[in-house]
Ligand binder design. Structure first.
Ligand code: G3P
Length: 217
């Protein structure tokens, strides 16, 4: 399973990259705003900086909600760097724009997916990635991981190559469950990724090894 970090925070992206396990970055307008990155030029510059830090795919979201606007914004984003993946919302014009970019060989990520039907549309439009938001479904007492299972089944039934990018991941168990189900990618916060490191027996075992080494030296 690929690991993407879901943030626009450069320090966190650098930390995940330095860990050696990072496959890419996802961002959205809310994550950009959280870092105080505003205005078209600053946002474009920030995407470029992220591409310089990481080796993998970097999802950059369009703001337009009409087909022509999405195509022109998406083209400008794709021109920034070959690592850029054009992120499009799951609305009718987003599906049309996804097909346009797929036909041109430009990578896409269809976002704000909350149902199996939406997942089918993203695959049929040739999306490279599609992002079901599991945490936000859990927030409304709906089984987010259950949706990942449904989409995995549907995509396997037909051999769709669109990658399931489990998004709105909130904690380590989401990551582990996504891996069990067979999500292709998960994107989550640094805290969830680093949470995978933790086990008290690892800490106790290491402390014991070091104490025993000191006894003999
Ligand atoms: O990847 C989608 C993500 O940014 C949304 O996460 O935690 O705001 O639901 P969250």
């Amino acid at each position: 399973m690929k690991f993407f970090i879901d943030t626009a925070n450069l320090d966190q992206i650098k930390e995940a990259q330095a860990l050696g396990i990072l496959d890419g970055v996802t961002t959205n307008p809310s994550l950009m705003a959280k870092e105080g990155i505003t205005g078209h030029d600053n946002i474009m510059k920030h995407y470029k900086t992220i591409c310089e830090i990481v080796d993998g795919d970097v999802s950059a979201e369009v703001i337009a909600t009409d087909y022509d606007g999405m195509v022109s914004e998406g083209e400008a984003l794709a021109d920034l760097d070959p690592q850029i993946v054009v992120k499009l919302p799951m609305i009718a014009d987003g599906v049309k724009a996804c097909k346009y970019f797929s036909d041109k060989g430009i990578k896409t990520n269809v976002t704000l997916i909350f149902s199996a039907g939406q997942a089918l549309l993203a695959a049929k439009a040739g999306a490279t990635y599609m992002s079901p938001f599991i945490g936000r479904l859990d927030d409304i007492s709906t089984d987010g991981l259950g949706l990942i299972e449904e989409i995995r089944l549907i995509y396997d039934n037909y051999g769709y190559e669109t990658q399931i990018l489990a998004a709105s991941v909130r904690h380590t168990m989401h990551i582990i469950d996504c891996a069990k189900i067979g999500a292709d990618v998960m994107t989550g916060p640094l805290s969830a990724i680093k949470g995978l490191l933790k086990h008290p027996l690892t800490d106790i075992g290491l402390a014991q090894f070091l104490a025993d080494y000191k006894k003999g030296n």
